[in-house]
Design a protein around this ligand. Structure first.
Ligand code: ZN
Length: 238
């Protein structure tokens, strides 16, 4: 059997058979892939660290007849501190959820971005919503769905009033609004622009006013649902 070493992070999984687990890995070069961890649900299982969401490291994968089998795991990080803060944990799960439902082909850039977002979330004092909002903006841009512009996506006029047209996933002017449109207020737009321009490392030092980051998440969530047909969860901040 051919075996390969791949860098990846566990983004989900389900128990199968008596003691096995089927995990989904997000990898930079192969995108999403599933692989079985055999006999991993016992306390003394050698590879038990490899079965948990957020486990990030190098996996040895053997191609089996029916499925891939993980035979080795060298952990780099498991972002363990997320589990001691419920708000951060929800945000971390949301990041994994975004990947699970938006990645259809390999994207090394989004992989790197996910690791950066998790590191900031886990190890820095960053306000709620910032990491998830920023990550969503990048996912849309990477997929060609970027929508941050000061011009109407339909007629090209410089925008005064801004509306998000849900059906096209773009920002339009009042005259070009068709179908379901949501008004974007200045606080939301400012938050989106600030977050898209700030590196993860610098997110802890910025302060977004008037809850713009919450409004931004609402809008990004709406866009995610329209693009990927998946409803992202609410983030709870404590
Ligand atoms: Zn227009």
């Amino acid at each position: 059997m051919a075996s390969t070493k791949v860098t990846g992070i566990v983004i989900g999984g389900k128990d199968i058979k008596e003691k096995d687990r089927l995990v989904t890995l997000f990898t930079p070069d192969k995108g999403l892939l599933t692989a079985v961890l055999r006999g991993v649900r016992g306390d003394k299982a050698k590879l038990k660290l490899a079965k948990e969401p957020f486990s990030f490291g190098e996996f040895i994968i053997e191609e089996g007849k029916i499925s891939n089998i993980i035979t080795g795991f060298d952990m780099i990080d498991n972002f363990y501190c997320l589990s001691s803060d419920l708000g951060k944990y929800y945000e971390g799960c949301c990041l994994l959820d975004i990947v699970a439902h938006s990645i259809s082909e390999p994207s090394p850039a989004i992989f790197m971005e996910l690791i950066r977002a998790l590191k900031t979330l886990c190890y820095d004092k960053v306000s709620a919503y910032y990491c998830v909002d920023k990550f969503l903006i990048s996912v849309f841009e990477d997929a060609g769905y970027g929508f941050l512009s000061d011009k109407c996506a339909s007629c090209g006029k410089v925008l005064v009033d801004k509306y998000f047209d849900v059906s096209i996933g773009d920002i339009v002017c009042r005259d070009c609004c068709r179908g379901e449109c949501v008004v974007i207020n200045e606080d939301c737009m400012r938050a989106l622009n600030i977050l898209s321009k700030t590196n993860y490392e610098n997110l802890p030092s910025i302060k977004i006013e008037h809850g713009g980051e919450v409004l931004a998440y609402k809008l990004l969530k709406l866009n995610f649902q329209s693009k990927y047909n998946e409803k992202l969860g609410d983030l709870v901040s404590f």
